[in-house]
Every structure is written in C-alpha cells, then in structure tokens.
Design a protein around this ligand. Sequence first.
Ligand code: FCB
Length: 443
Amino acid sequence: MFQFPKGFVWGAATASYQIEGAWDEDGKGESIWDRFSHTPGCVQDGDTGDIACDHYHRWHDDVKLMKDLGLKAYRFSIAWTRVLPEGRGRVNQMGIDFYSQLVDALLAEKIEPWVTLYHWDLPQVLQDEGGWASRMIVDAFVEYTDVVTRALGDRVKNWITLNEPWVSAFVGYRDGRHAPGHTNLNEAIAGSHHLLLSHGRSVPVIRANCANANVGITLNLTPQEPASPSMADRKAATWTDGYINRFFLDPLVGRGYPQDIVNGHGNAMEFIQPGDMEVIAVPVDFVGVNYYTRNIARAENVSEAENEPRTVIRGDEITEMDWEVYPKGLYNILGRLYFDYAFPAIYITENGAAFPDEVDADGQVDDPARLSYIKRHLEMVSQAIHADVPVKGYFVWSLFDNFEWGFGFSKRFGIVHVDYKTQKRTVKSSGRWYSRIIGEVMA
Ligand code: FCB
C-alpha cells in the first residue's frame, strides 16, 4: 500500500498540559494554562488539565501501552513549571526526575524520545512580567533550555524548541482563545518575534549540551487556496498564507519577516534589535509540520454576488473540529517546505482528527473515520517521499484522547480512548491499524 524508507520514524505525540494532570504536585509551579483553565468561562464546560489523563501517575503503564502498540518514537513536551517553578533560577529536582525516568523507560523499550521544550504552558510568573510579549522571556527560555538539555541531553537526541509559535502568539495574545487570553495584536507580533528569537538562541545551547542533537522547530502550516481566481480571493489567500505560514517560515530561513504582512499589521516591529534576524535564521536539522486541514480563502470585502463564482469548494468530509479532511494539502505543504524553503529534513510532528467516538457494548472503540484520515494522509507522505521530499517521520496526534485546550475534553483526537472517570485506556481500531502498519512497514 505505501512504501516508506528504512529508518522512517513512526510515532505518536502528546503535550504536557494536555495529558499530565498533577498540576500542583511535587513542587510544580503554576502555568498560564493552569491560570486560564481555572478562570471561569475560558474553557468549554469549565474543564481543566488538573487531572487530564493522569499521565503523571500512570506514565509507567502508558509507556507499556506504547510498546504494545509498537511505536518507535514518542513526542512529548516538558512542563517548564515542573522544572523551574519560578520560571528561572531554582531547579525543582522532582520535575527533572519525572522526565528523566520517563526517558529511561522509553529507551528501555526502544522508543525514541522526541522532546518539545515549549508546548504552550508558560510559567505564570513569567507571564506576570509580560510573557512572550516582553523581551526578558528570551533569556528565561534559554536558561530553561539549558537546564533541560543538561539533564536529558545525554539520552534524548531529538529536540523541538517550540510547538506552533503562531498559535502561542496569535491565539494566545490576539484572539484570546488560549492562555493568557489577551486580545492585543501588538503583543502577538512582539510575541512572535520573541518566540522565534528564543528558538534561535536555544538551538546552539541544545547542541552544546547534547552530542549529535537533531534539532528543529514545529510550525502549524495551513495551505491557503483562493476560493476563485478573482484578484480579491488571491489577495485574501496571499494574506492568510503570509500571516500564518510565511511570517514564521521566512525568518527561519533568513528571508526576514515578509514585508506585506509587516505592512498589513501596521506594526513597524521596532523591537527587532541588530543581529536578531541572524539568530533566528540559525540552520536547523529539520522542520516539524503539524498539519490538519487547508483553508479556502475568500475575500471579505467583496460580496459573494460581486466576486467570481467559487471554483474551490470545501469537501463535505468534516471532522468534529469543523476542519475539512484534505490530505492533498499535506502533500502540497511538504513539497513547499523542501522546494521553496529547502529544509534539509521534514517530520510530520502532528496529524490526526477528532471524531465523536463511542465505546460499544463490548468495550471496543471503532473509529473508521479516523483510521481513514490517518491512512490517506500517510499515502500523501509516501507520495511526497517518492517525489524526493525528505520526509523522515510521522507522529500521529494524538496518542491519547486529551485536554483539547479551549474545547476541554469535548474533542477526542486519540488513537487510544481515555475514559476520564476511570482513566481506563482502550486502543481504538485506528490505533490497532496504525500499530499493524508500523509492524508491516518495519518488517
Ligand atoms: C495543535 C496542537 C495540539 C493539539 C492539536 C489538535 O494545534 O499543537 O496540542 O491541540 O492542535
């Protein structure tokens, strides 16, 4: 069915706040997601990550489950607040020990750990100083990177500095739908820059602390297609592409911030200091792409009747997130990352779908729609590899059903079902299928 090169990395992904729980245990400090989810009205149904999948207490069994699934790699993130409860300075050894034991257990089962340093749970104390909008965050992030990579760099080789800086900056500081819940465009723009700068400054630190490190950054990339060939729709697609994709991709490869977006935001970005853009453009070993769907761009300032008829129509297969299932978009973005941006290697660090799953009378969870989603996206990965794009691995999002940010527990992305009342894990049919494919491809 598909062909994948030897050494292709087969994994599943999670993030600390979404699965760990134990939000105030063993010396952990408060993060912006603790604060946000504890603020009434911020998260659907008042859900919080206080317990989540209780992975903090169940990691041992969870690693066994990963082994049974045959996973070759596991992408997880570190909670900054477990390691440095005050954001900087005092190290909490219990936090280090937790991740260190997890890493050892993974390695014992021959599962490669892939660590994301930042998946959105900023220490609240640093937010109180301005968070990502303030330049002070860069030194704090570098310090945090240094502490973690000194502790784990002898065993962990694969490092992702940031997960989806666009979401951190724009959904957190401009849209207010994520922590810290601000609605200030200028904070989002400054935040983007300080995120990228933190990435650039921490790459050499990781390399210094970890021999043969494989270091990259993960971006959420959404291909944009104009709804019609009209100039107005092209303009809309160029804007959203620049705003979500180019604003992060271009500076990473040394092209600076795209001028159309800088002009469009109307922020002169005077906080950029000499040398910053060179720091951001530090060569990476790979780029990670999180892909879920495409966007069909339609001009907002032209009425439907005045604009040209739509030629690109949204398909009718839609996930529970209201995202169109569009595997071809993954193929397109992979090609672009290599042929337009020349990244030396590409990993799909997230791809998956939320559907309303049900546990049947026999205790099974049959999820054909998710299975089909993953299968068709893997076919696109396989095709991209055959077109010479250096895609080196794939991580399904997610290993577990988990806390889906502002949606709380209402959206299930797991290949493993979690009953939040009992914490029982049930491998879904998509998980069993994925497990079988890994076994077949690796054989
Ligand atoms: C991505 C996030 C991940 C998860 C998926 C559905 O944006 O990185 O944590 O929430 O979306």
